[in-house]
Design a protein around this ligand. Structure first.
Ligand code: ADP
Ligand code: MG
Length: 656
């Protein structure tokens, strides 16, 4: 009757060899183990050190696979299971207790206990409650928040027993659980196993200590990889099989993958945040590349956009129809050309040209009463306000007639009005410009700071002819001539007509030059654009360097935490769980790097704005830079994460 029951675990001729790779000699550690263990047994496997006990336990616990032989779990051949099913077996059927406790050092006692439940997808409240209850039952109610290094050996071992029980712990596999404990703690742990055995748990205890083994209900002796003694099954092997094991291979209600993922993601985020905080300095240094990359992309885009908008605004106020002309020395040699009044009159007759304004300007001493200032005296014709899209605030501007008749009148910039007259009305007063008196007839509207150069508000404006006759007597021609094309469509045609006309008038000598504002502004905009592209490349390189930094720190992290990866696998993590955890970590790294970068960009932005830089921050630049950082994290975090996920559980557990 008893024999008719399928054994929980059945090993047939299990052999395990090590070596054979890289020329290492092949060593056979297990030489054909046959073993049957039924549900509810309390078995001790005893043998000297080096006899193969741990190797056997790793095979029993599906942490390692045999070189040959068969392993049946509930009648099912384990060799046929894929990595995920093996992980499920470890997660739901087994609970491991190791000699060295194998707790995750960065996590608290309770969090360590919860690890298997995270991979089982148990909701957080349930998980917390069960972990607390288990720790309480094992006498650690007060120690739940302590990290492993704050606990004694006996306490750590009890935490690891609680962890083994977290998902049910139907089969407890304990490798030298008392080996590192003082005798009192050892006794307590053994008493605990007895209790668990009475409660129906199957317990497989491995020890080199005969007195410990003797406390089990069945003792199996192993020597040099072979079973040399077996006290046989104890009576109560007919203990009822727990439901969870009886139906283990039925496609029963398992938590949905989505629930598992949700719990895990939350857990991975928490763990990632903790590791990041533990290694603060290293994290910050690694993230510099990303922080600088993100911040510089955002700031550069903002500066570029600010400059572009300013150029656009300038084109708006200056007009895209404006051209400048002045006399120059021709490239073929000879004297500088002179733009005579007759030349300008001829230009004015061209149909593509709507306005022509000669300009002379220089700082001159201007006096009123006892105030004497160096003022830029702008001599131009009556076209000035319309050319500059500027209005008169007080009084009036001079007329073409006044210009022609050399009228000594002056219009003030807003700042000059204040300087000379304060709050009094200036209209009708006489200003001394150089040595000539000029009557104030009006004041311009305040214009505010234009880009660079001199503010128009600080100037005074006099008629061109009066200027030449009374102030700039030495000047034979205008400093420059401003011309306005009839419309923005004909600017380039207008420029060509003016050139042709003047070439004809100047005997085919190109002793003048014409510039057009639209072209100049466009050229300026395009240099800005290429600069933005270059700076963008620098930012991209910086992000790349940041990504490599992330890869480096993740590789280091995987190396340092090999043992932790082993522990997680032993408690039931699938390969994709490990992959996901490390990917989450690199994402958390880059996301925080990206956010810090955005914060830094904001600070830089405030700083530059205070210095007077025009900046326009765009949401798309911020989102784009941040997105690039996160993608960098994913791409560069993938390789280390995959390395971690592909580790062999036994190898990882043995790792430092
Ligand atoms: P026990 O736990 O009984 O002390 P182990 O199962 O740990 O023994 O080891 C049994 C034998 O197998 C020892 O001689 C050990 O040196 C050898 N061994 C264990 N693991 C490896 C390995 N990964 N590579 C080579 N030999 C190993
Ligand atoms: Mg061992």
């Amino acid at each position: 009757m008893v024999e008719a029951v399928t054994p929980l675990i059945e090993l047939k001729a299990i052999r395990k060899q090590y070596g054979g790779l890289d020329g290492a000699p092949v060593v056979e550690v297990l030489h054909g183990i046959d073993l049957r263990i039924h549900a509810g047994e309390f078995v001790a496997i005893v043998g000297q050190s080096g006899s193969g006990k741990s190797t056997l336990m790793h095979i029993l616990g599906c942490l390692d696979s045999p070189s040959s032989g068969d392993y049946f779990f509930q009648g099912k051949d384990v060799a046929r299971l894929d990595a995920d099913s093996l992980a499920r077996l470890r997660r739901e059927a087994f609970g491991f207790v190791f000699q060295g406790y194998h707790l995750i050092p960065t996590e608290s006692a309770r969090e360590n206990v919860e690890v298997p439940a995270v991979y089982a997808g148990t909701p957080i409240e349930q998980r917390n409650a069960r972990a607390s209850a288990l720790l309480e039952r094992l006498g650690l109610a007060e120690r739940q928040a302590n990290r492993p290094h704050q606990l004694s050996g006996g306490q750590q071992q009890r935490v690891s027993i609680a962890r083994a029980l977290m998902n049910g712990g139907h089969i407890i596999l304990a490798d030298e659980p008392t080996g590192a404990l003082d005798s009192q703690s050892g006794k307590e742990v053994m008493a605990l196993f007895h209790e668990l055995a009475d409660a129906g748990h199957t317990i497989i205890l491995i020890t080199h200590d005969r007195s410990v083994a003797a406390q089990a209900r069945r003792v199996i002796e192993i020597r040099d990889g072979q079973i040399v003694g077996d006290s046989g099954k104890a009576e109560q092997t007919q203990a009822p099989m727990p439901d969870a094991l009886a139906n283990f291979w039925e496609p029963t209600a398992q938590p949905t993958e989505r629930a598992v993922q949700g719990e895990e993601l939350r857990e991975a985020l928490r763990a990632a945040w903790r590791t990041m905080r533990v290694n603060r300095a290293r994290t910050l240094l690694t993230l510099l590349g990303i922080i600088i990359g993100v911040a510089s992309v955002i700031v550069m885009m903002a500066v570029g956009e600010g400059a572009r908008q300013r150029v656009m605004a300038q084109m708006g106020t200056m007009g895209t129809t404006i051209m400048y002309m002045s006399g120059t020395k021709p490239v073929t040699g000879g004297p500088r050309g002179i733009l005579s009044d007759e030349d300008l009159a001829a230009v004015r007759t061209l149909p593509e040209i709507s306005r022509v304004m000669p300009v002379i300007g220089d700082p001159i001493t201007v006096r009123f009463a006892n105030v004497s200032l160096q003022v830029y005296v702008f001599a131009a014709n009556e076209e000035m306000p319309s050319m500059h899209h500027w209005r008169v605030a007080e009084g009036r501007y001079y007329t073409a007639q006044e210009d022609k008749s050399l009228a000594p009148v002056v219009v003030l910039g807003a700042a000059m009005r204040k300087r000379f007259f304060g709050d009094k009305s200036p209209v009708g007063e006489l200003l001394l410009i150089g040595n000539s008196p000029f009557e104030v007839i009006g004041v311009m509207e305040e214009r505010g700071a234009d880009s660079g150069a001199q503010s128009y508000d600080d100037m005074v404006f006099i008629p061109y002819q009066a200027g030449r006759a009374r102030v700039y007597q030495a000047q034979t021609q205008p400093d420059y001539v401003v011309m306005e094309a009839a419309s923005s469509d004909v600017v380039f045609e207008a420029e060509r007509s003016v050139r042709d006309l003047l070439m004809a008038r100047h005997g085919d000598r190109e002793d003048f030059s014409i510039g057009n504002a639209a072209a100049r502004l466009q050229a300026e905009a395009s240099t800005r654009r290429s600069m933005t592209i270059m700076l963008g490349l620098i930012a991209a390189v910086s992000l790349l360097v940041g990504g490599i930094g992330v890869m480096n720190v993740m590789l280091m992290s995987v190396k340092e935490r090999t043992r932790e990866i082993g522990i997680r696998m032993a408690t039931g993590a699938r390969q994709r769980d490990i992959l996901r955890q490390f990917l989450t970590e690199s994402m958390v790294l880059t996301v925080s790097g990206g956010m810090t970068g955005i914060a830094l960009a904001a600070l830089l932005g405030i700083g530059l704005a205070l210095v007077g830089m025009d900046m326009v921050f765009s949401v798309s630049a911020i989102v784009g830079a941040f997105g690039c950082a996160v993608i960098t994290g994913l791409v560069f975090g993938f390789m280390p994460a995959r390395t971690a996920a592909r580790m062999d559980p036994v190898v990882a557990l043995a790792g430092e």
